[in-house]
Design a protein around this ligand. Structure first.
Ligand SMILES: NC(=O)c1ccc[n+]([C@@H]2O[C@H](COP(=O)([O-])OP(=O)(O)OC[C@H]3O[C@@H](n4cnc5c(N)ncnc54)[C@H](OP(=O)(O)O)[C@@H]3O)[C@@H](O)[C@H]2O)c1
Length: 223
C-alpha cells in the first residue's frame, strides 16, 4: 500500500519542492497552504488552509477526513517578521507564534490520531531557534517562536514515546527562498529549496527508524 504524507506550507519555497519530490516517489502527498487552490493531480492533492484562522482545527478535521492513515507529517509552514524588538506589535508577535508554533500543535492534534507505529512527524525549525547558535537582530519574534517549536518537539516525543511514531525537528540554515530574501536581502544561500527539500524528504522517509525526539541543526553557513 502506498504511503501518505501531509506537507504544511506547500505553496512555494522548500515546501513546494518537498511535495514534488515525495509524490515522484509514489507517496500520496497532500499539500496545504493559503494560496493553493483545492486541486488533485496524480499523487498530489493541494488544499487551501489558513493557519491563522480561528476555525483552523475544524478546517483541518474537514480537510483530513478523506485520509484514513497518515505516514509522514512535515510541519514546514513558516511566518517571519523582521523588525527591531522595540517596534514589534502584538500582531507581529502573534503571527509568528500562531503559524510557527500554535498551528503546529493543532495540526499534530488532528493528524497524530491517524498515524501508527512507523509514522514520522518532522517539524521544520530554524538554526536561529537552536540553542547556542549565532543570533541576529530583528528576528526575536521569529526565532523565539522557532525555539518554541524545538521545545514542543522534545515534549511531544516524550508524551508519545510509546506509540512508535517518531517526532523530530530539523533546524535549517540558509536556503534560497522568499523568506531568506526577507530576512537577509541580497544574501546568497549555500542551498536551493530543491536541495534542502531533497534532504528533508530523505530524512522524513528514512530517519524515523533511527531517531526520536532529536533536534538536528542542518546548517553549514552563517546565517
Ligand atoms: N529559507 C530559509 O533560509 C530558512 C531557514 C531556516 C528555516 N526555514 C524554515 O523552513 C520552512 C520553509 O521556509 P521557506 O523559506 O520555504 O518559506 P517561504 O518560501 O516563505 O514559504 C512559507 C510557506 O508557509 C506557508 N504559510 C505561511 N503562512 C501561512 C498561513 N498563515 N497559512 C498557511 N500556510 C502558510 C506559505 O504558504 P502561503 O503563503 O501560500 O500560505 C508557504 O508555502 C519555514 O518553516 C521556515 O521558517 C527557512
Amino acid at each position: 500500500m502506498s504511503k501518505t504524507a501531509i506537507v504544511i506550507g506547500a505553496s512555494r519555497g522548500i515546501g513546494k519542492e518537498i511535495v514534488a519530490q515525495l509524490s515522484i516517489q509514489g507517496i500520496e502527498t497532500f499539500g496545504f497552504a493559503r494560496s493553493l487552490e483545492d486541486q488533485d493531480e496524480e499523487n498530489i492533492h493541494y488544499r487551501t488552509i489558513d493557519l491563522t484562522s480561528s476555525s483552523l482545527k475544524e478546517d483541518l478535521i474537514r480537510l483530513t477526513s478523506e485520509i484514513s492513515q497518515i505516514d509522514y507529517l512535515i510541519n514546514n509552514a513558516g511566518q517571519i517578521v523582521v523588525k527591531p524588538f522595540l517596534e514589534l506589535s502584538k500582531e507581529d508577535i502573534l503571527s509568528c507564534y500562531q503559524v510557527n508554533v500554535m498551528s503546529v500543535m493543532e495540526v499534530i492534534q488532528v493528524c497524530l490520531p491517524k498515524m501508527k507505529a512507523g509514522g514520522h512527524i518532522v517539524n521544520i525549525s530554524s538554526i536561529g531557534g537552536f540553542q547556542g547558535s549565532v543570533k541576529f537582530p530583528g528576528l526575536s519574534a521569529y526565532s523565539t517562536s522557532k525555539a518554541a517549536l524545538v521545545s514542543l518537539t522534545e515534549l511531544l516525543a516524550e508524551e508519545f514515546k510509546e506509540t512508535g511514531i517518531s517526532i523530530n525537528c530539523l533546524c535549517l540554515g540558509a536556503v534560497q527562498t522568499e523568506m531568506l530574501e526577507t530576512a537577509f536581502p541580497g544574501y546568497k544561500a549555500p542551498h536551493s529549496a530543491k536541495e534542502m527539500a531533497s534532504y528533508i524528504c530523505d530524512f522524513t522517509i528514512n530517519a524515523g527508524k533511527y531517531m526520536h525526539g532529536k533536534i538536528i541543526p542542518v546548517s553549514n553557513s552563517t546565517p
